[in-house]
Design a protein around this ligand. Sequence first.
Ligand code: A2H
Length: 253
Amino acid sequence: EGVQPQEYTLIKMEVQKPFPLKLGPLEGKRVFLAAATLRPETMYGQTNAWVLPDGKYGAYEINESGDVFILTERAALNLAYQNFSKTPQKPSCLVELTGYDLIGLPLRSPLAVNEIIYALPMLTILTNKGTGIVTSVPSDAPDDYMALHDLNAKPALRAKYGVKDEWVPSDIVPIINIPEFGDKAAEKVCLDLKIKSQNDKEKLAEAKRLTYLKGFTEGTMLIGEFVGRKVQEIKPIIKAKLIESREAIIYSE
Ligand code: A2H
């Protein structure tokens, strides 16, 4: 972990009913996968969520109204010290889970053009960063683009993790134009750099560097309330709106 605290927006991706057996104890509660993002303005383009199959997660009560967040224990402890736990400074775990338990969960996520999206496996998720849950925006995030590419290209990978074909999004949603990279920047940069898979760490780092900076400084919105506006200008506004509407919270680590 870095020396500087990092502030993330935690996006509340609501798990749709009926719950699978494993989530039975959560019946009657509002349950969310809580995804940590640095790019709240990209939430229009969410196509799925990512979980680490072998990752350890829990379902934690985060407030008095009975809302439950699914995330790592580490994140639950941090949140408990940021006033997001039923019991102050103490995580309150209702069910212990693994990533396998989460794969295939149908979700509704704020701003997403796709009404229902699914939790899918990503093998490069770090459990010591954010919540261990990542929201997937393949138009603008090279990691997301490549993980989705792997699932689409490799039937054996889908089979290994019990991923049904209909859970895997086939279309990328264009949300931001970057003059140099077009309307699907992550796809363009991954193709240009000839990135082979989600495990191609060095090239992905370069792809992220290229898209992240340009997206922020030169990107304009193609969709939503702020269509035509600069990413740089509207990013803080979208973040504030998501917080205000209680579709997201701020989380630091
Ligand atoms: B970002 P930083 Cl559109 N393991 O959100 C791996 N990656 C994680 C993670 C974890 N435990 N937790 C969060 N992330 C991802 C959107 C996005 C992101 C876009 C473009 C770039 C981008 C949609 N995915 O990040 O190391 C999340 O993906 C580029 C770095 O703290 C989060 O923001 O800088 C970002 O990495 C946080 O990474």
